[in-house]
Ligand binder design. Sequence first.
Ligand code: NI
Length: 393
Amino acid sequence: MGDVLITNIISEAKAMNDEVVKWRREIHAYPELGYQEVRTSRMVEEKLRSLGYITRKVATTGVVASIGSGGPVVGLRADMDALPIQEENDVPYKSVVPGKMHACGHDAHTAMLLGAAHIIKKLHNEGLIKGTTKLIFQPAEEGGLGAKAVVKSGAVDDVEAFFGIHVWPFLPSGVIGVKDGPFLASCDDFEAVVKGKGGHPSSPHEAVDPISVAIDIANAYMKVVGREIDPLQPAVISVTSIRAGNTYNVIPEEAVLEGTVRTLDREVRNYIVGRLEDIGKSYAEGMGCAFKFHLLQSMPPTVNDPGLGKVVREALQPLRVVEIPKPAMGSEDFSFYSDVGATYFVVLGTGNEEKGTTYPNHHPRFDIDEDVLWVGVAAHTLFAAKAAEKLRK
Ligand code: NI
């Protein structure tokens, strides 16, 4: 990819900033929760079709659009869903839907990828991007496992390299953060039910008390990370809820534990999840209770492919890039795309103290520095062009 092409991509991206801001504000004003992104996906589909993309509806409200033909196939992903949060920003583009808000920047992700769609189409027309570029507008990242549903649809089966960008208030505006290897954690939210036998608290010997058993199981869980996992492997188990009974003079029938497991490695993750079930079952049964374990939500860690890391660093050379020193224990369903091809996820700094855009994601006052949306547009386009070039070789 020549220097002239890179310079052109960047100047075209800059020229698109106002339009991208306009789209972002429109999406921001009408936030939609996971699998309800009807308005947003209609807007996305109409714009892409008018540009000449072939679009396909996937995963209820998702859109996968493709341009070009043959290999290599490069996928760029944006998520579209909002959160059940009441917006507290007083801005002209404030959410008009009570109790719903784009508090994680998925409005910006969608708008940036739409911006990239314009430049990518031109580059394909001019023969400057070879192969196929697929744009993945995914529903339900926030707890709905939208990425898993997109993968299941088969629409991205042929994608060899996936790229994703997340806006990040913790980095200065316009800076892109990259990190090879583990970047975000796996997430396994669980529910464990301990079933005993209810009774009168004055005669515990005639009941089987599930509360004391549940407390012991929660404490046993705390020992898994400390005693069974390599201390050099990051892992977290948090029991976040123990529910049982509703009065002082009844031993209840059951107790329910809830919590979450986060790791940076698939094997560690599988081991821990397996142990939570085994420990709970053995202990509960040993104490005369029945035990049931369910995963409520489950996703692998986001691990950035070092081979694509090279592509990413070369592609981003003309932009401001920092190396992120350590992974975060939050999660992203982008990780499901690694079941299909190589993946790389970067963050785009949108934090600017003066503009008040340093509130964390999911905060009712979360907002982004819109002046740097072009950086995301450029990055997506550069990923598509550079990866297509590298994968062809
Ligand atoms: Ni997000």
